[in-house]
Design a protein around this ligand. Structure first.
Ligand SMILES: [Zn+2]
Length: 56
């Protein structure tokens, strides 16, 4: 995933910066605990497409 792109990507729900999970290949919002999928290199920044994750 492109670093420049990653730094410009924010959560559409809370405008927080997203973290890229290299194992799951998802973009994580640590504020909403949402994981956005990446489809063919394109982040799907739509909240209804996001998966709920839990912080530890
Ligand atoms: Zn968020």
């Amino acid at each position: 995933m492109d670093n420049y792109l990653l730094e410009t990507i924010i959560c559409p729900v809370c405008n927080n910066k997203l973290e890229y999970d290299t194992n799951l290949k998802e973009l994580i919002c640590n504020r909403d605990f949402l994981a956005y999928p990446i489809n063919n290199g394109i982040p799907i920044l739509i909240d209804i497409k996001a998966r709920k994750v839990f912080s530890n």
